[in-house]
Design a protein around this ligand. Structure first.
Ligand SMILES: [Zn+2]
Length: 253
């Protein structure tokens, strides 16, 4: 459901004043008012196909992205699964221990996506992000977006490579930039929780997750060879699946 700007502009003048007073830009205020209007209007109306005038976009991928995609698929073959346009919110999560900070940081990557993601075929574990840089990457707003995306990948330790848009790509060059990431990933995957990280020494208190730093929670294995046994699992499960063994003196009944 969409509301035209005039309608949006006239609604909730007091709320608008308050949002303005706390320093929100007009665009953000319009967005909030539109969300409220959408929410109110869907409450008392039955959903019918006429209210969902969605159409399939013809520009899901640009021609440049399609031709790059075809060469890349030829290069990786069965060794990787190629996902185009992956939302960063589906790929990363924020773990600061502070909900407001988490939300603010998550909002910064909301509605941003990476052009391509290569995953390990068996587990679909993300291995490599790929950005296809066209002329728009010279614009300053695009550069700020690129820097943010790069910082997120770097922080989460997921490699990201960039290719410039060309009329033709050399498969051998693409192979040399992409496939080494899969080889290094194989050796890292042999470790139970990925690359080794410093683990804080065990204490009486709850340990921190070695991957994301969040608190661990004492859990009981429901199945498998250790069924009934206790272990530490990350409180961000399932987004973070880190586990730690329970020291014998930490067992609780
Ligand atoms: Zn964790």
């Amino acid at each position: 459901m969409s509301h035209n700007r005039t309608e949006t502009k006239d609604r909730f003048p007091l709320l608008r004043k308050i949002l303005k007073a706390i320093g929100l830009p007009d665009e953000a205020i319009d967005d909030i008012v539109e969300r409220i209007l959408d929410w109110l209007s869907t409450k008392d109306q039955p959903a019918s196909p006429a209210e969902f005038p969605f159409k399939l976009r013809d520009d899901f991928l640009s021609n440049a992205e399609i031709s790059f995609c075809q060469v890349l698929r030829g290069v990786v073959g069965d060794r990787a699964v190629l996902c185009p346009k992956v939302n960063l919110g589906d790929l990363f999560f924020v773990a600061t221990g502070d909900h407001r900070k988490n939300r603010a940081l998550a909002n910064r990557v909301d509605r941003k996506h990476v052009d391509f993601l290569l995953c390990e075929p068996k587990t679909m574990r993300p291995v490599l992000g790929i950005e296809l840089d066209d002329k728009s990457h010279d614009r300053s707003d695009r550069q700020a977006r690129d820097q943010l995306v790069e910082a997120v990948f770097h922080a989460a330790r997921l490699p990201l490579v960039r290719f410039a848009v060309k009329s033709a790509y050399a498969p051998a060059e693409m192979e040399s930039q992409v496939m080494p990431h899969f080889q290094s990933q194989l050796s890292a995957a042999t470790l139970p929780n990925g690359p080794a990280l410093p683990i804080s020494p065990p204490s009486d208190s709850t340990p921190a997750c070695p991957k994301c730093g969040s608190k661990m929670i004492l859990r009981t294995a429901k199945s498998g060879p250790n069924a009934g046994g206790q272990f530490w699992g990350c409180s961000n499960f399932p987004r973070c699946r880190s586990v730690l063994p329970l020291e014998p003196d930490q067992a609780r009944k």
